[in-house]
Ligand binder design. Structure first.
Ligand code: UT7
Length: 331
């Protein structure tokens, strides 16, 4: 049995936060943000809109487009670093219940911006082992809830949103997800982290800033490790699978920074039309960024059955991953 990537869906909240809005909040400019990151605006969830609310909207689209009935779904995995609840219940169980799928296997994973590639690998493994048949994967983030809007090094980067996909069993090898790489290196943990709020230290829940519950990032060092690690990882996954970069129809990288995407794309000699870019309009939505970008090309009619995709991602942990797969809607 193989695992096929059946469908994609996404949701972006209505409210737009532009670079010029941010320039009134911290010492920055539209010109600096555009030049250094490629970001022009990002979406921000409503105050009463949760990560699971956004995840549900993305999942509903992915299910409706999959040709698979909701009652055939036997597992849901959510990748998030901004869960509805600090420890429990998992955001996946909340989403499953809101979708009317309360009795299925449901859990969250934490791999930051690499989360979607990690849940893709888990879905693939469960399906190939025969343990599950139809797995709903969702990357959903309300990063605005853990962003310090007085820190210009991070607040210009992040946005909210969700993206979901239905991964289903198939006996047709041509439809199969070809390969997924995942990796991590905890020695770089301090480059990108929320320093407090966990079991490692006491915190005052009333003051999230003082408690260190917001994201902190050593941006420039993270940038350098991202370019180096991603480049070697995507080169390796292509080589191991005997696939030339020219065969990739859609290179869909994690949308953290245009300069990182460009450096990795250039290393693979990708043509502009191969590279999917949504960083300008959504910013960095962590685990949601790859499926949101994929949904954009799907909804604009650019993603067709059988087309080969290369995904890559890098994030806190540090973690990284890549995936090679054809788009395989049920025909
Ligand atoms: O998604 C998970 C992984 N995350 C990433 O991959 C993000 C990786 N990092 C980045 O994208 C970039 O490092 C940033 C966009 C965060 C920063 O860009 P940079 O080119 O690495 O800038 P820098 O941190 O080296 O800072 C350069 C200068 C500094 O000023 P001085 O020391 O040269 O006077 C910063 O203080 O830019 C200053 N700066 C800003 N200026 C205006 C930093 N942030 C801002 C800002 N507006 N928002």
């Amino acid at each position: 049995m193989y695992a096929a990537f059946r469908s994609i869906g996404a949701y972006a909240p209505e409210k737009i936060l532009t670079n010029s809005d941010l320039s009134e909040m911290v010492e920055t400019t539209d010109e600096w943000i555009t030049k250094r990151t490629g970001i022009k605006e990002r979406r921000i969830a409503a105050s009463d809109e949760t990560t699971s609310d956004m995840g549900v909207k993305a999942c509903e689209k992915a299910i409706a487009r999959s040709g698979i009935a909701a009652n055939e779904i036997d597992m849901i995995i959510c990748a998030t670093i901004s869960p509805d609840y600090f420890c429990m219940p998992s955001t996946a169980t909340v989403i499953a219940t809101k979708l009317g799928l309360p009795a299925i296997t449901a859990f969250d994973i934490s791999a930051a911006c690499t989360g979607f590639v990690y849940i893709l690998s888990i879905a693939k493994a469960f399906i190939e082992s025969g343990m599950k048949k139809n797995v709903l994967i969702v990357g959903a983030e309300k990063l605005s809830a853990i962003t310090d809007y007085s820190d210009r090094g991070t607040c210009i980067l992040f946005g909210d949103g969700a993206g979901a996909a239905l991964i289903g069993a198939t006996s047709n090898k041509a439809e199969a997800i070809i390969d997924v790489h995942t990796g991590s290196d905890g020695t770089y943990a301090d480059l990108l982290m929320t320093p407090n709020g966990g079991s490692g230290s006491a915190h005052d829940a009333l003051d999230r800033e003082a408690a260190g519950c917001y994201m902190k990032m050593k941006g420039n060092e993270t940038f350098k490790v991202a370019v180096r690690t991603l480049t070697s990882d995507v080169v390796a996954i292509l080589k191991e699978n005997n696939i030339d970069a020219t065969a990739i129809k859609h290179f869909i990288p994690h949308q953290a920074n245009y300069r990182i995407i460009k450096a990795v794309g250039d290393a693979l000699k990708m043509r502009d039309e191969q590279v999917v870019l949504t960083v300008a309009k959504y910013g960095n939505t962590s685990g949601a960024s790859i499926p949101m970008a994929m949904n954009d090309i799907y909804e604009s009619g650019q993603l067709q059955a059988g087309e080969l995709m290369l995904l890559d991602a890098f994030g806190g942990g540090l973690t990284w991953g890549s995936a090679l797969l054809p788009f395989a809607p049920k025909l």
